[in-house]
Design a protein around this ligand. Structure first.
Ligand SMILES: [Zn+2]
Length: 344
């Protein structure tokens, strides 16, 4: 119960209604709102469904609070609807063209999408570590997306059932790593870059897959870099994203473009490694691949691996956002559901 004695569930319903009605700008919006709240399967009706959960002696009071809210909503809907009608721009009606004494039609302020927020946070972190931010092509040729990255002709990721082909030589990029290759081809050494952007794979959409997603990709090429540098940079990056100190752990793994390669884990930022629901009691979270750039990849872009070494990492941004905001379905980012997006 709240201070005024109204159950929280009723107050929340009222607050949501207020927020929505402020944004109603057309008769259609108002009608949708009326159906959502006062309709046969509306919110008010569902509030009455909760009466079973209330102790019998309080049910009367609970019911009268709902009725009060219902009357309030009816009046509010009527008054906003009247206002909108008076605001008619139809000069042929006898109603005034515009009543200047009426309150204005509210403008809804938008804000950044959660994925854009994460991207901006990441960009700030990498700029502070003196990385150049580079971008690439979303339609990429197979050399830059596969061959140069040591991904052989027979590799399953080249299959047209996994990759969107534009023509036999061009695809919608499946990873941002192609940007690394272009940067190594064009850039002067040493190189310290980060790249973020959309990637495409022919995945059926489910809770953890979507045909379009975003990746962040980092690459450092210099004469004397090693796994410790990689570990330090990833620690800074994830500490920045989660706002709490995390530890990075590597587990040996295979990716064609790195040697040695590693699956990368961070200590769970929510429980500090003790184990919680977010990390599935493991105390750590798997984030994606990283490793030292394969000598053949360096040779492919005419860099001498006996002089230069490098490390790279590439992770899904949606995955980071899902961890940070504890979202269990990637599709929510793309549904354009205003109730979801307003939470960020
Ligand atoms: Zn945890």
């Amino acid at each position: 119960m709240s201070e005024e004695g109204k159950p929280k569930i009723i107050e929340e319903c009222k607050a949501k209604f207020e927020k929505r009605i402020q944004k109603a700008t057309t008769a259609e919006d108002i009608e949708k709102l009326r159906i959502k709240y006062l309709g046969r399967k509306g919110e008010i009706r569902s509030l009455f469904g909760h009466i079973q959960e209330i102790p019998p002696e309080k049910r009367g009071e609970f019911g009268s609070h709902i009725n009060e809210l219902k009357t309030y909503m009816e009046q509010k809907i009527q008054s906003v609807s009247d206002q909108l009608e008076n605001f008619s721009l139809d000069a042929t009606t006898e109603k005034p063209y515009c009543d200047l004494t009426l309150p204005g039609v509210p403008f809804v302020m938008g804000h950044q999408h959660p994925i854009s927020q994460i991207i901006d946070d990441l960009l700030d972190i990498f700029r502070s570590m003196n990385f150049d931010v580079v971008s690439g092509y979303e339609i990429e040729d197979t050399f830059h997306n596969f061959d140069a990255l040591n991904i052989h002709q027979w590799h399953p990721s080249r299959n047209p059932q996994d990759t969107f082909y534009v023509d036999p030589e061009h695809i919608l990029r499946t990873q941002t790593s192609a940007v690394q290759i272009r940067a190594m081809e064009n850039g002067t050494l040493p190189l310290r870059i980060v790249s973020m952007g959309r990637c495409y794979r022919r995945d059926a959409s489910d809770a953890t897959h979507y045909p379009v997603f975003h990746q962040i990709e980092g690459l450092v090429i210099d004469k004397n870099v090693n796994f410790c540098d990689l570990s330090g940079i990833l620690t800074e990056m994830m500490t920045g994203v989660f706002g709490t100190r995390v530890e990075v752990r590597f587990l040996p793994s295979y990716f064609p473009f790195v040697e040695p390669g590693a699956e990368t884990f961070i200590s769970c930022p929510f429980c500090g490694g003790k184990g919680c629901n977010v990390c599935g009691k493991a105390g750590e979270i798997e984030l994606g691949g990283s490793g030292m750039v394969h000598p053949q990849v360096l040779r492919n872009v005419n860099i001498d691996p006996s002089i230069y070494r490098g490390f790279a990492f590439g992770w899904g941004i949606e995955r980071i956002a899902m961890m940070k905001y504890q979202i269990d379905d990637i599709r929510l980012f793309y549904d354009n559901n205003i109730d979801f997006l307003e939470q960020f």
